[in-house]
Structures are given as C-alpha cells and as structure tokens.
Ligand binder design. Structure first.
Ligand SMILES: C=C(O[C@@H]1C=C(C(=O)O)C=C[C@H]1O)C(=O)O
Length: 263
C-alpha cells in the first residue's frame, strides 16, 4: 500500500462521484422526497429517502455487508443480523478506524448544502427514483471499504471517498512515523492537519474534477453542430464540492484516525 496507489484509487472514485451527481441532477429537487410528515408507511417514521436508505442497509446487512467492521451504516439502529457465512477480512487499518464515522456530517452536507445547488427547483413526482439517486450519491461519498479495494486494479463499483481518509492517513503515518508520532502523542490536531495537508495535490484535484465534470456532463453528438456548454451539472460546482466538503471531510477523517493511531 503506497500513497500513490491510494491517490490513484481516489482519482478513480472521482468518476463515480461525478456520474452519481449527474444521475441525481436528472431530477428536480423533488422536496416531498425529504418531507418527514408525508409518508404513512406502517412501522416507519421518516422521509422517503430515509426509508430507502434504511431498508437498503437492512437487506445489505443481511447479505453480510456490515460484517466488515470498516463499513458504517447511516441507520445503525435495529439493523438485522447477517445471514451469510462470515468472511475473514484482512484489515490494514488500526482498529481505531472502526470508531470513526462521519456519516452524520455527510448526510447534513449532502441534503442541506449540496442538493439545493445541484438540482433545479421543481417537482416531477419521481420521488422513489430521486431517493435512490440520493442513496447512490451518499454511498459514493460515504461507504468505507475493506483493505482489498485499495488495490487500484480492483474494479469495485462503489467508491468510498471520505472514509478513504483512513487509508491515506495510515499510509502517511507508515511513510513517516517519526514526523507524526510527536503530534499524535501531544494530541495536536492542528499539527496533524498541517503534516497531512498537501496544498498542491488539493489544487490539482479541484482542477481535475472540474475538467472531468465538463467532459462527462457534455452532450455527445456525432457532429459538432450542437452548441457546446450545455452541461448536465455545473462543472465549477464539482470543484466547490471537493474544495468545501469532500476534501475537508477526508482530512477530518485523516486527523481523527491519526489521533487514535497509537492507542
Ligand atoms: C488525500 C490526501 O490528503 C489530503 C486531502 C486531499 C484530498 O482529500 O484529496 C488531498 C491532499 C491532502 O491535503 C492526499 O494527500 O492525497
């Protein structure tokens, strides 16, 4: 596991994130999807999106997803047990990674800040499809991975960007324990943040995701007569998403992991 390999995995995940945003942007905001007073499903209290995420996690739990301790559900309460044989995951992270879960923050950022910027106002009635598109975006941002998917040749479909901060932090620590140990012992968040931050890498990420969003969200035609600039999502918004939310949350995970790395 090297920093380059982990960074390559993050670069590949950008594609998944951008495509999931494009899929969500097909629908208008569809606010009833998020209205907690609208549903009357017996035995369930919450919005349609909460229902879809919770039910999806419940059947994935039965299929064994949360046997991997690095996976964290958005709705951990009343989770049904796994029905499949356990798998002996080869974990590379310090066990402290289990206690780091920023799903609550991801949920808030996604629904309160990103969605109103990503979608058009309006209501087309496609609430279930809207909620599934949200689920896909959330998984893309939030799911953790087991150690195997760090391999850049591994073609797992769903990327797990923010909790990859654990892997990034582990690799950085292994590369230079002598730099990180004093700050960890002093529990100095600011010093750790400084050590793990690479501004030039962040600048490149922002430029690259904007460029990818420009390319991926263009209409493709066989002749050039159609006017350019008709994007399915706003490319600078993707750069802003990385700048203001995804990279800070990834770094937050890195700091939280390092603070516990010597426990
Ligand atoms: C992920 C890394 O750590 C930090 C976070 C970054 C990100 O979230 O993309 C980029 C550079 C670093 O400041 C990294 O070094 O690659």
């Amino acid at each position: 596991m090297t920093l380059d390999a982990v960074r390559d995995a993050l670069i590949r995940q950008e594609d998944t994130i951008i495509f999931s945003l494009i899929e969500r942007a097909k629908f208008p905001i569809n606010s009833p999807t998020y209205d907690e007073s609208r549903l009357s499903i017996p035995g369930f209290c919450g919005s349609l999106v909460q229902f879809i995420v919770k039910e999806t996690e419940a059947y994935e739990s039965k299929a064994g997803r949360f046997q991997n301790l690095e996976e964290h559900p958005f709705f951990p309460d009343d989770m049904p047990p796994s029905l499949v044989a356990p798998y002996d995951y080869k974990l590379v992270l310090h066990p402290a990674a289990d206690s780091i879960n920023v799903n609550g923050k991801i949920w808030d950022v996604y629904f309160k800040e990103l969605l109103p910027l990503l979608t058009e106002p309006g209501d087309d009635g496609n609430y279930a499809s809207t909620a599934s598109a949200d689920l896909h975006c959330l998984q893309t941002f939030a799911f953790r991975s087991n150690s195997l998917s760090v391999d850049k040749n591994d073609l797992q479909a769903i990327s797990k960007r923010i909790h990859y901060g654990n892997f990034v932090a582990e690799v950085k620590f292994r590369d230079a324990p002598q730099d990180y140990e004093p700050a960890i012992r002093a529990q100095d968040r600011d010093a750790l943040m400084k050590l793990l931050t690479f501004e030039a890498v962040e600048a490149t990420v922002k430029k690259r995701v904007e460029k990818k969003a420009t390319i991926f969200s263009q209409e493709v035609t066989l002749n050039d007569t159609k006017s350019k600039g008709n994007y399915k999502i706003d490319p600078p918004l993707v750069s802003r998403l990385y700048d203001e939310w995804i990279m800070p949350l990834t770094k937050h995970v890195e700091v939280e992991y390092l603070l516990r790395r010597l426990d």
